[in-house]
Design a protein around this ligand. Sequence first.
Ligand SMILES: *[C@@H]1O[C@H](CO)[C@@H](O)[C@H](O)[C@H]1NC(C)=O
Length: 310
Amino acid sequence: MHFFTFLLTLGFALSGVQSIPAPSQPFPEVDPASNPLNAARALPSGDLYPPQPPGAGPGKRGLLYNTESNVEWSNFYVESPYVTYGSNGDVIRGDEINAWFSYVPTITVDAKLENSDWNDTVPILIEGGTKAMFASNEPDNPSQANLTPAQSVTVYKRFMQPYYGTVQLGTPAVTNGGGQAGLTYLDDFVRLCTGCAYNFVNVHFFVDRSEMSVTQYIEALTTYIDVTVPAIQAKHAPLVGLPIAVGEFWLTGASEAEAGALMDELLPWLDGNANVLFYQACGGLFEGGFVDAAGTGLTPAGTAYGGLAL
Ligand SMILES: *[C@@H]1O[C@H](CO)[C@@H](O)[C@H](O)[C@H]1NC(C)=O
């Protein structure tokens, strides 16, 4: 039984597939020592991945996680028709979310704009089912990737562009900040990145609850996706016609009940918008996000994200 073959067939031949065949189950434990794909701790096994590339059909939702996350909570989303992949801002999958999920790597660089893992690891990830890659994470944010547009161009050309045509590539994920940040940064980057090609525009959208209600946040985000980002795309031929990934979003400081109400209303809109390729709520596998503050259960937002029982 080879889901990997199935995945390749569906993912590459029928990118518009709208349904998710049920994966085999139960999911077997993989012995890391016996599996060559584990060489870079990148993947447990290609066979275990859902036959569903991110973005095709309803499975648009990703799970954000990092070393602080309780990755065991990913088990709640196994076989979800909505949640299909995870990302951790790295190229090493790390302490595993459940092996059922696909993985989307993110390029990070050192001061020399190098990454010593990327070149060896990405081919393994692709062999294991990775369908998309994230470019620099918030290069317009001093506390994140913190790169000038010219540096972002170097990183993109070095690590992303070689995979164009193999997997789906995002633009550097910009914040919704003003001034030289946000879409102004994206504008600068795209103008400088001569010969660069992309498959989706990646934007983040964070607002603090002290500034907006849930209703206002939904209005702001949907306008951003429908109007503001496409206006920037229209200025640059390489961006015209590309779908949008909302790589991270959250109404920070919202109560658990408010975040649940936000998800209930926003997720159907994102799923129904053909221009939204995929998205990741920043609630992720974080306590206070999808997992309650005590670490003992899913929040209303976490429940809604998986389309789980009421
Ligand atoms: C990775 O590959 C790119 C493109 O060939 C190259 O420019 C870069 O130096 C390589 N990085 C390492 C650490 O091998």
